[in-house]
Design a protein around this ligand. Sequence first.
Ligand code: AOF
Ligand code: ZN
Length: 338
Amino acid sequence: MNEIDEKYMKMCFALAKKGEGKVAPNPLVGCVVLDKQEKLVSKGYHKKYGQNHAERDALLKLKNNEAEGGTLYVNLEPCSHYGKTPPCVDLIIERKLRRVVIGMKDVNPKVDGLSKLKAAGIETDFVLEKEAEFLNRMFIKIMTQKMPYVVLKTAVTMDGKIAAKTGSSKWITSENSRELVYKIRKNFDCILTSSNTVISDNPAMSQTKWRCILDRELRTDKFSKIYSQGNYYIASKENTPLVNGRLDLSAVLKELYNRGIYSVLVECGGTLAGTMLKQGLIDEIYQFIAPKILNDNQGLSCFNGDDITEITQAKKLNIYEVNYLKPDVLIKACINSF
Ligand code: AOF
Ligand code: ZN
């Protein structure tokens, strides 16, 4: 591993990110090719679900012998299976690359490109593995757990409140933040919310293809705005197993996965947020914080979980991004392994 390898792998990450929102459930992949003089001769990335993989995209831009003896950088192990396209390793071998630098091993059990490259005498190295796994955290979850990737969005005061004790919550954050929420929603397949939110706020939440409403007793009005456009799925006691009398939330997420929903944005009150957090169903939190303090212990909290007695019982997160939106702040944090 050296600085040059890191530089080109970071370039792969940037290329891969161009596919964000367009490739799920497949991975974000970027590729850079150097010729034998170590000159950058081609770049590529996976643009859209079902289209060419990053390696094929980059290599097909070159004449047959241009990559011979060169180095190929790719943030995911090249594939060795016939999927929607032929195996990328075959093309890499055919184009006679000398070395392949990889970000992370593929978690898809159909793929073992590494052995095939080695057997063909191609040198292989890994670089920035942790960063590569972080980039594809959504793909890793979808592929290994067969569940959608779940992000919880909250908007709180500096004392962690989402509403006054009367329920008054419009608006905690500024217009800037609320506009950003509309954009964020577009990156998800589905918004998940509760019957309480539908009944009290009557939101449209129309920016995603799907809406999922947790409504055990079918209490929501069928003329609510949330049902007025696009697809929706109401999880109730009629179609969902119950655990201790409550909807089995893991079963709901599985049902969404089975419907081809790979990313879910949860927007709800403290009860559902607390339950999902406790059950380990949340992968990430986007927390908007407004420069306001409610200063009322009866104000509604963003997480209403259990009776916790020790600070050591607190859920630990890793903040990976902080945006100052003026006047609010948006913190993005991962739970679980990242
Ligand atoms: C991608 N893009 O750039 C790479 C992938 O659905 P298929 O047939 O295109 O195959 C998808 C699998 O190919 C995917 O799960 C991953 O294991 C591997 N690599 N996939 O969509 C790419 N390099
Ligand atoms: Zn491939």
